[in-house]
Write a protein that binds this ligand. Structure first.
Ligand code: PLP
Length: 370
């Protein structure tokens, strides 16, 4: 199997732990266990038996997750190792070589790359900057062929932080229904909407939808490695058959914590913290953009842990990122990893002091060199 290098992840894996200020993360600054759990919950964690458990996730946890959606039960859910595994299982369960997949781009690109590797034909529907990083759904019709099997979208979007207006979500569902297509949505950023109004889930809007989510981004717990897929029972069962090959099961300790975190009250507390951090940092970014508007511009994110910033300097985005890393010990992501030179991705979920320092260096670097 030939893989296109997943350069978004590769560059982070190589460098993110070697800099003073890592602004390449796309989530919200994580909790530690002591902050997250009560003394009683921590004590009970010591009793968790370290077996395999249910390889598709404990019925209790799957039921708790199902309750986040309308009319779903434990059989509509599989628990995975991060939303990354959920995305892989989704492709394995749903797509075959020769099928056509429409990917809304820019996008996290994991599904884009993995589907290509197994021989799926990938077509791209662009989010348009001039529309506020929303697609022109008129572009969709031209991408459809008799082999089109699925549309996949990352919503809220990585890397732009954009959201589809409710009417556009409905139009996308109507389009998929009209053409009898599967609709996959990676909703790992759902719940981080800066205005506090959580977007609906595509899982609640369409019978042929399959949705990825997890605890890593809006819920600020990437180290637990808990994600999930929610969808029709038959497709979820197929994903479970795939998991026999990928990882068998998720960690028993993480499942214990996850079942605390996805209870509505706790989930809302965590999301409130995420929104507080993101709103503070996006405010800082907005002030900085005003001061530096001759060099940088950005359609501010409406959700999610990152901003996609356009720059005016005459330098390739990968070169810019490597020079900032080497000369200033700051780590950003280049637009190149999305095939979009001229942009940098800046994590807005990092601690405020990191954002302040990072933005200071970025402007200073740009002024000193261009
Ligand atoms: C949109 C999206 N989906 C999935 C993932 C994978 O996340 P995890 O496996 O940590 O849940 C990421 C990570 O950046 C992401 O941005």
């Amino acid at each position: 199997m030939e893989f296109v290098e997943f350069s978004l992840e590769r560059i982070q894996s190589l460098y993110e732990n070697l800099v003073d200020h890592n602004l390449s993360d796309s989530g919200v600054h994580p909790y530690n266990l002591r902050e997250l759990l009560t003394a009683d919950q921590l004590e009970k964690m010591l009793e968790v038996e370290l077996g395999y458990g249910w390889t598709n996730g404990s019925p209790e946890l799957r039921t708790s997750i199902a309750n986040l959606y309308k009319d779903r039960n434990a059989d509509n859910v599989i628990v995975t190792n991060g939303s990354a595994e959920a995305n892989i299982l989704m492709v394995m369960a749903m797509l075959d070589p020769g099928d056509e997949l429409i990917v809304v781009v820019p996008n996290y690109l994991q599904i884009w790359g993995f589907a290509k590797a197994i021989g799926v034909v990938v077509k791209e529907l662009p989010l348009r900057e001039e529309l506020g990083w929303v697609p022109d759904l008129g572009d969709l019709e031209a991408l459809i062929s008799p082999r089109t099997k699925m549309i996949t979208i990352c919503h809220p979007n990585n890397p732009t932080g954009s959201l589809l207006p409710k009417e556009a979500m409905t139009q996308l569902v109507d389009f998929a229904r009209k053409h009898d297509l599967w609709l996959h949505a990676d909703e790992v950023y759902k719940g981080s909407e800066l205005n506090g109004i959580e977007s609906p889930s595509f899982a609640d809007m369409y019978e042929k939808s399959i949705v990825t989510s997890g605890l890593s981004k809006a819920l600020a717990l990437p180290g637990l490695r808990i994600g999930w897929l929610v969808g029709p029972e038959k497709e979820i069962y197929r994903a479970w058959q795939g998991k026999d090959y990928t990882s068998i099961t998720a960690s028993a300790v993480s499942e214990y914590v996850a079942d605390i975190v996805v209870q509505p009250g706790k989930r809302e507390d965590i999301l409130a913290r995420s929104r507080r951090i993101l709103n503070d940092n996006v405010g800082l970014l907005a002030d900085w953009l005003n001061t530096n508007n001759n060099l940088f511009s950005c359609i501010l994110p409406k959700a999610g842990g990152m901003a996609f910033v356009r720059y005016q300097m005459d330098i390739n985005s990968s070169e810019l990122v490597h020079r900032l890393r080497e000369e200033r010990s700051i780590m950003l992501l280049p637009g190149d990893v999305y095939g979009m030179d001229g942009f940098i991705r800046l994590g807005v979920g990092a601690p405020k002091s990191h954002i302040e320092t990072g933005l200071h260096h970025l402007a200073d670097f740009a002024r000193s060199n261009f």
